[in-house]
Design a protein around this ligand. Structure first.
Ligand code: GRF
Length: 208
């Protein structure tokens, strides 16, 4: 039974999708804790109501990035996770932290990486006139929003879309691909070959 710790910063809709799919589909895993860097993260209340352990490591209370990473690592280690899942976690983690969790830390980013790493992805995709957008689940490496890609979703950009409309269309697919990618991880289906992620049984790694 693999132990999953999820890190959030806000509403936590991806976290909710993961918790629900894990329970419904009987993954060989359990979400043992949800940890946030802000006590007002709405997702914490949802997790508490489900009886999941929660913790807060306020980045604002820490004197430096390194101190935050240290306190966060301490909070995480207490739950002895096999997998760390970043789900709308809005802090950049330092290279030492990332190295310690390499190969067992996933992130979801609301763009078709390597396009549009960083913030405001939907605004930037619209400004660039992209005709497709999407989301990417990837292993976390020290470089922000990089790292071996596990799965992507693709949606059309429709005429008249604004940021909110595009974000909602992409988010609906995030709730499908993130649980699938995490399930593959806990079922030991993911292999990294030559720096690229493949599914052991050749499952499609794109949702279109
Ligand atoms: C998602 O779009 C995720 O891809 C991005 O931040 C958003 C978080 O949403 N990193 P939620 O907190 O999971 O609802």
């Amino acid at each position: 039974m693999k132990r999953i710790v999820i890190l959030i910063s806000g509403r936590g809709s991806n976290m909710q999708a993961l918790v629900e799919r894990c329970a419904e589909q009987g993954w060989p895993a359990r979400v043992v804790a949800v940890i946030a860097n802000r006590s007002d993260a709405a997702g914490l209340r949802w997790a508490e109501a489900r009886g999941i352990a929660t913790a807060v490591v306020e980045h604002k209370a820490q004197p430096s990035r390194e101190a935050f990473d240290f306190e966060l690592a301490r909070a995480i280690d207490a739950f002895e996770p096999d997998l760390l899942v970043l789900a709308g976690f809005m802090r950049i983690l330092g290279p030492d932290f990332v190295r310690r969790h390499e190969g067992r830390m996933l992130n979801i980013h609301p763009s078709l990486l390597p396009a549009f790493p960083g913030l405001h992805t939907h605004r930037r995709a619209l400004a660039a006139g992209c005709k497709a957008a999407g989301a990417t689940v990837h292993f976390v490496t020290a470089e922000l929003d990089h790292g071996p890609i596990v799965m992507q979703s693709v949606v059309p950009v429709r005429p008249g879309d604004d940021e909110a409309a595009l974000a909602a269309r992409v988010l609906a697919t995030e709730h499908q691909i993130y649980p699938l990618a995490v399930r593959w991880f806990v079922e030991d289906k993911l292999r990294i070959e030559g720096g690229l992620v493949v599914h052991a049984d050749g499952a499609s790694q794109v949702l279109i």
